[in-house]
Design a protein around this ligand. Structure first.
Ligand code: GRF
Length: 223
């Protein structure tokens, strides 16, 4: 995705803490990625991620969806801002807004999201509590390409961890978040390098179909 020796540019969409945004900023500062974050947009004015972006010298804007009477109008305004910056890709990092099919189609194949479960299990909210309630033995997080169906786009990397008997939703959330911070920069870098792509809802890695996500476990990646 990056041109000759040019890093790929990304707009990161956030709503809250922005710790995943921070993991991308850190990867850029450490020279670990072919990605350059050129824009951060929050749909919440109070999002701490806006301060993280500004501290890193990244233009950071707020577009509050509560100021729009209709989701599509918000999405169109969002697309206008994004298109003015012409990023190569969009990274959803805790962006708590369901994007319209029109928006997703506009950037199809160029949007990544991270979700705190092993998709396709547990789409939606409260994933950690639902995992505990169902006595699951494994949990984790997934980076996936975004398609119009919520949390259902094809997965790229899944970070797995065993659920301990004494885990609570809070302890699981903290452990999963640490893994999110490891796998999101890896996935974003693969897209920035043009090593992954999504076609007809299938992921290709280095031009080979990737029928199962890359697995991250115990600090190791297994393609
Ligand atoms: C993460 O758990 C992410 O998986 C989910 O929202 C949370 C965002 O956290 N989509 P942060 O704002 O990156 O700290």
């Amino acid at each position: 995705m990056s041109g000759a020796n040019q890093p790929a540019t990304a707009a990161v969409l956030i709503s809250g803490s922005g710790s995943n945004l921070q993991s991308l900023i850190d990867a850029i500062h450490n020279g670990d990625t072919a990605l350059l974050t050129t824009l951060v947009i929050s749909n919440k004015a109070q999002a701490k991620g806006l301060q993280r972006a500004r501290k890193a010298g990244i233009p950071a804007l707020c577009l509050e969806n509560r100021n729009f009477d209709d989701r599509r109008k918000f999405d169109r305004a969002l697309a206008r801002i994004i298109d003015a910056h012409r990023p190569d890709m969009l990274i959803l990092a805790g962006f708590m807004h369901i994007l319209s099919p029109e928006f997703v189609s506009r950037y199809r194949g160029r949007i990544l999201n991270i979700h705190p479960s092993l998709l396709p299990a547990y789409p939606g909210l409260n994933t950690h509590q639902r995992v505990i309630d169902n006595k699951e033995t494994w949990h984790g997080c997934t980076v996936h390409f975004v398609t119009p169906a919520l949390d259902a786009g094809p997965p790229v990397i899944a970070g797995r961890l065993p659920v301990a008997g004494n885990d609570t939703a809070a302890s699981l959330a903290a452990r999963v978040l640490k893994i999110e911070h490891r796998i999101y920069p890896i996935a974003a870098n693969l897209l920035a390098l043009g090593r992954i792509r999504c076609e007809n809802d299938r992921v290709f890695l280095d031009n080979e179909p990737l029928p199962e996500p890359i697995i991250y476990r115990n600090g190791t990646i297994k393609p």
